[in-house]
Design a protein around this ligand. Structure first.
Ligand code: CP3
Length: 348
């Protein structure tokens, strides 16, 4: 609902408010990125990936590129989940072809240094990107802000990059829970501030990516992912009650219903490995569902992709549903397949 009680012009926001749309709104995770030649051109112009994230003019342009090309119902801010650790004072580089590298957080004293950092100084260009994008989008298009979930960001902070040893991470939890809880608590605070600032700059909704929510025993998942995500969502909702919060707990499987039951959660993302009917049953009385299509089907394209899209839309008919993928688009995706996919979704 808008502040005056009328319905939002944006289809995405209507679904996030619990309405059912016969043709679902569509956007795709990682819709801006290397699969688009116009992205590769601007990234080159910016210098590095991080230079692009902190350049509001170019980042706004990159955010808008997929909207122009495919007419998606929503834009997602171009930035990265690892800007928060950087704003907290951790070194971050993206080595070409090698993914992110951070100086690992090993001791309590490392966490102490993160407290009382003014993240907004570093992140101000991101808020400026949000303002610019919102100003150039029509009211039918929603702008989604985002951040990484405390747990997912903590895994990168602790491992100094993508975590390659899940068993070591679980051992660390059993050995040093207080350390991990303390790191997560710092991240809950910083991430809430970050999301509120994005909302104040013009984001219509925010999505929190918990890419590493899966693959752990239930009690560990509850402690490191579900509970802190709930706290973060509640905090954002308390400060900005009109803004819908989307949670994407990748790998959460049978616990999806527990994420959907978080009071401040408006929608839950379904990853590509979750059975669709089970996802619908777990999510749908409490929140809208989003996603589900295997991104590899968009690399493949053709009838397999279109059948997948139709199957998803059928499965989620009659409940609030946002068309999306079960994880992000990959750099090897042919852009023409994305155009075909959007066409298939809109054809019903
Ligand atoms: O979805 C979008 O279009 C918005 C932008 C966005 C990016 N990263 C841009 C990006 C979003 C929402 C993210 C989220 C993100 N970043 C996540 C959560 C979602 C997921 O994929 O699970 C994670 C785990 C990261 C961390 C990250 N950023 C990694 C591990 C990497 C390297 C791997 C890779 O894909 O290259 C990145 C780099 C990154 N973030 C790129 C883009 C477009 C590629 C950088 C480049 O241009 O070279």
């Amino acid at each position: 609902m808008n502040a005056d009680g009328s319905k939002p012009a944006s289809k995405l926001l209507r679904v996030l408010n619990g309405e059912v749309e016969a043709i679902p709104p569509v956007w795709l995770m990682r819709q801006a990125g290397r699969y688009l030649p116009e992205y590769r051109e601007l990234r080159e112009k910016a210098g590095s990936f991080l230079d692009l994230c902190y350049n509001p003019e170019l980042a706004a342009e990159v955010t808008l590129q997929p909207i122009r090309r495919f007419d998606f119902d929503a834009a997602i801010l171009f930035a990265d989940i690892l800007l928060i650790p950087q704003a907290l004072g951790q070194n971050l580089i993206f080595a070409p072809g090698d993914g992110p590298r951070l100086s690992p957080v090993l001791e309590k004293s490392d966490i102490e240094k993160f407290r009382n950092q003014n993240i907004h100084q570093t992140l101000a260009p991101v808020y400026e990107t949000v303002r610019r994008v919102r100003a150039s989008l029509s009211p039918e298009k929603a702008l989604i802000g985002f951040a990484g979930a405390p747990w997912t960001v903590a895994t990168y902070m602790m491992a100094g990059g993508p975590n390659k040893d899940p068993a070591a991470l679980r051992r660390r939890w059993y050995d040093a829970r207080e350390f991990i809880i303390e790191l997560i608590d710092v991240l809950v605070d910083a991430t809430a501030d970050y999301l509120v600032a994005q909302i104040d700059a013009g984001a219509d909704s925010v999505q929190i990516f918990d890419s590493w929510a899966g693959g752990m025993p239930e009690d560990v998942t509850r402690a490191v992912s579900l509970e802190p995500l709930g706290r973060l969502a509640e905090r954002v909702k308390k400060l900005r009650p009109r803004t819908p919060v989307i949670l994407f707990p990748k790998g959460a499987g049978a616990l999806l219903g527990d994420y959907a039951a978080i009071k401040s959660c408006s929608a839950v993302g379904v990853d590509y490995s979750t059975p669709w009917r089970a996802a619908r049953a777990m999510i749908s009385p409490n929140a809208a569902a989003q996603g589900g299509l295997d991104p590899m089907l968009v690399v493949k394209g053709g009838p397999d992709m279109e059948m997948g899209a139709r199957g998803l839309i059928d499965t989620f008919s009659g409940v609030p549903y946002i068309f999306n993928l079960g994880h992000g688009l990959t750099p090897d995706t042919p852009p023409e397949n994305v155009a075909r996919l959007v066409g298939a979704v809109r054809a019903g």
